[in-house]
Design a protein around this ligand. Structure first.
Ligand SMILES: Cc1ncc(COP(=O)(O)O)c(C=O)c1O
Length: 344
């Protein structure tokens, strides 16, 4: 099978397995663990923040960041198709205790006039005060789109004018930086805090980091404990994360290249289903609805031909390229899609 459902399917590298074997086994919830601490310091340095905290998943990194920023109150403002709204089961309200407002946007970038209109320092007679402005880059539902740095800088200025902090859901922050051709530190300079995953295209088996100021991360550690995210002997998975950050960031442009090759191939089959110019990173969204066929049916037909993809909406498929996908796999996926499409 060729698995294009997500970059989370990547297996640890040989170097990761070696590092995991020689990792420390300290109790990170009691005395601390040296390998976890090394990963947290490295992660923070990579995104230009003072400190970091290791958590089990991207979803928990987002939840803990919300709790640490807002202390269960006020409103969170984000673009309406953000991952926190689409795929995190309402944790923003049920667990983080915030009212939320989804703003219209384009390619994952919220309308800044709307942001200005809906960001306020404190509660008024009939409006909630804003606790947190939230941005996502790369943007999952927008097909891996990258927020322009000018957009991020303006969003931050609007929020800070009202004394409101900004958080980046940067599950794939290093993909965003690679696509922009800048260091991740530069992307993250446009926010107070960031969460990112080592478990996606970077190939580590598990884990995410939240990074920000010393004070913020101390609060985040408390909330991590509260939601059950302390991991005890997490040294081995942190060791894989160190290898991910040190060795795997530089190869991400290769995933962007294969995604583009895939998009070009699919576009040749039917120009209506995907615009290769819109593919900026390793996600390719394909609108199969123009054929009148549902995404789930196309996905099932592709699976019969050895290609696994995700139906990410009723009429849209998502293909994700990663370390185990080279040109040969891309070309097989294109051929399988052509056969499925002919039988439409
Ligand atoms: C933008 C974004 N944020 C958060 C997450 C959640 O990560 P996890 O699946 O590790 O909880 C994802 C996962 O795909 C994501 O794409």
């Amino acid at each position: 099978m060729i698995d294009l459902r997500s970059d989370t399917v990547t297996k640890p590298t040989e170097a990761m397995l070696g590092a995991m074997q020689s990792a420390t086994f300290g109790d990170d919830s009691r005395d601390g663990d040296a390998t976890v601490q090394q990963l947290e310091a490295l992660g923070a340095a990579k995104v230009g923040k003072q400190a970091g905290v290791f958590v089990p998943s991207g979803t928990m990194s987002n939840l803990v960041a919300m709790l640490a920023h807002a202390n269960r109150g006020g409103e969170l403002v984000a673009e309406a198709t953000s991952h926190i709204f689409n795929s995190e089961l309402g944790g923003v309200s049920t667990l983080a205790g915030m009212y939320y407002r989804g703003l219209p946007g384009a390619r994952g970038a919220m309308d800044l006039d709307e942001l200005r209109a809906h960001t306020r320092a404190r509660m008024t007679a009939n409006k909630q005060g804003t606790s947190l402005v939230w941005v996502e880059t790369t943007h999952n539902a927008a097909g891996g789109a990258v927020l322009p740095l000018t957009h991020m800088s303006e969003a931050k200025a609007i929020a800070h004018e009202q004394g409101v902090p900004v958080h980046i859901d940067g599950a794939r922050i290093f993909n965003a930086a690679a696509a922009l051709g800048v260091d991740a530190k530069e992307v993250c300079s446009h926010a107070d805090t960031v969460s990112f995953c080592i478990s996606k295209g970077l190939s580590a088996p598990v884990g995410s980091l939240i990074c920000g100021s010393h004070d913020f991360i101390e609060r985040a550690r408390g909330f991590r404990r509260m939601v059950g995210g302390n991991m005890r002997q997490a040294g081995p998975i942190a060791a894989a994360g160190i290898v991910a950050l040190e060795n795997m960031v530089a190869r991400l442009p290769e995933d962007h290249r294969t995604a583009k090759r895939l998009a070009v191939g699919l576009h040749r089959i039917d120009a209506r289903i995907v615009d290769p110019a819109a593919v900026e990173t390793n996600l390719v969204r394909v609108s199969v609805g123009v054929s009148g066929r549902k995404a789930a049916d196309c996905s099932a037909a592709l699976k019969q031909r050895g290609i696994m993809v995700s139906p990410c909406a009723a009429w849209d498929l998502r293909f994700v390229t990663h370390r185990h996908i080279g040109d040969a796999e891309v070309d097989q996926a294109i051929s399988a899609f052509a056969a499925v499409w002919e039988n439409k």
